[in-house]
Design a protein around this ligand. Structure first.
Ligand SMILES: NC(=O)c1ccc[n+]([C@@H]2O[C@H](COP(=O)([O-])OP(=O)(O)OC[C@H]3O[C@@H](n4cnc5c(N)ncnc54)[C@H](O)[C@@H]3O)[C@@H](O)[C@H]2O)c1
Length: 344
């Protein structure tokens, strides 16, 4: 695996969305292995104090929109690789503001693809997609389904639709390109410090439940918390993504990035509660549309990327809670406000 990473020493890599949670971790890994990352990001997904937690030197970021043709053109010309991770990356926000999802995830992706196609120096584009493209069609009675990459896709949200369009368009535009290959990665549920939930988001189970427990809120388990997620640590995700730039067998492939382990929401809550003895788990009705979830088939990530996750969900949750206990100022104001009982 390290041989593959060593191939990237000195490579110039454009990371769109490199100012976000996953992107900043990718940039850190690229720097560690001696590659030269260039970041294009709007830096508008989080307030400044949250972004500071990511540890990125923001003075090196090209502040711009992936929809800006001239900006993208000037950045892709001369780079060896592109990781396209910029996105309006919150399921609930995309549903509330579909036009914003369309702008970032569809118009932005189109601009990146067309400029990559016109830049002969780019050897490979890695498009960051999501397991949300699979939708919610469990195959087992207990609700847990293994999602293999060739499973039919049934997106059930604006966000998932936009990611699936990005996948199709990547294949459509780059299949047959002589100079540039592509790899599509479907991330499962990414977690790990310093993840901070976005306002009114229902994603990011570990961060939401841990911060709730820290504030003394009951941990709500919709329908008993039997839904499953494949929780994959952000450090592992960053490594899989960088490997996808260099792995020969990954060219032209769509690859899950998950652990292959189904973890129920209840298990996540119980592990978090083990650190907060007064935390209460409360069963609440399961809302319509709450996905039962699934877990990743991992043969392709193992065989094509030579990648396996290194952080168990138990260790990853413990690390997150330890970080939160040392950095409780990271809990956003909107979450604290929700924890204060309204005064008539
Ligand atoms: N976090 C997860 O669980 C998860 C799961 C599946 C897929 N993904 C995908 O992984 C990628 C990274 O996700 P993340 O969790 O780090 O999200 P994030 O919100 O932390 O990072 C996304 C970054 O993209 C930037 N961005 C948004 N629109 C932009 C635009 N038009 N131009 C330039 N920059 C723009 C944002 O400012 C932000 O810094 C996204 O493509 C997301 O859809 C994430």
């Amino acid at each position: 695996m390290d041989d593959l990473l060593n191939r990237l020493t000195g490579a110039r890599v454009l990371v769109t969305g490199g100012g976000g949670l996953v992107g900043s971790r990718i940039v850190r890994l690229l720097t560690t292995i001696g590659a030269e990352p260039v970041v294009l990001d709007l830096l508008d997904a989080y307030p400044h104090p949250v972004r500071q937690l990511f540890g990125l030197d923001e003075t090196t970021v090209v502040l711009g929109d992936v929809r800006e043709t001239a900006t993208v053109r000037s950045l892709v010309s001369g780079v060896d690789y592109v990781i396209h991770a910029a996105a309006y990356a919150d399921v609930a926000a995309c549903t509330r503001r579909p036009a914003d999802a369309f702008a970032a995830n569809i118009a932005g992706t189109q601009t990146v693809l067309q400029e990559v196609l016109a830049a002969p120096s780019v050897q490979r584009l890695v498009f960051i997609s999501s397991a949300s493209v699979y939708g919610d069609r469990p195959t087992h009675a207990d609700g847990a389904a293994e999602w293999a990459e060739d499973r039919p896709t049934h997106p059930i949200s604006v966000y998932a639709n936009s990611k699936l369009w990005g996948e199709h368009q990547t294949r459509l535009m780059l299949t047959g390109s002589i100079s540039t290959r592509y790899t599509i990665l479907r991330y499962f549920s990414v977690y790990g410090d310093p993840q901070v939930p976005k306002p009114a988001s229902h994603s990011w189970m570990v961060a939401c439940l841990a911060m709730g427990a820290h504030l003394g809120l009951p941990l709500q388990l919709h329908g008993g918390g039997h839904q499953v997620r494949d929780m994959v640590h952000v450090d592992d995700v960053a490594k899989a993504t960088v490997l996808a730039l260099a792995a020969p067998g990954a060219a032209g492939q769509t690859i899950n990035v998950g652990t292959g382990v189904a973890t129920s929401v209840r298990q996540i809550a119980e592990r978090i509660a083990s650190h907060y003895p007064s935390a209460q788990l409360v069963n609440t009705p399961r809302p319509d549309g709450d996905p039962l979830g699934g877990y990743a088939a991992t043969a392709r990530s193992r065989d094509l990327l030579g990648w396996q996750p290194s952080i168990t969900v138990r260790d990853g949750i413990d690390r997150y809670v330890a970080w939160l206990q040392a950095n409780s100022q990271a809990i956003p104001e909107w979450m604290r406000a929700a924890a204060v009982p309204a005064v008539a």
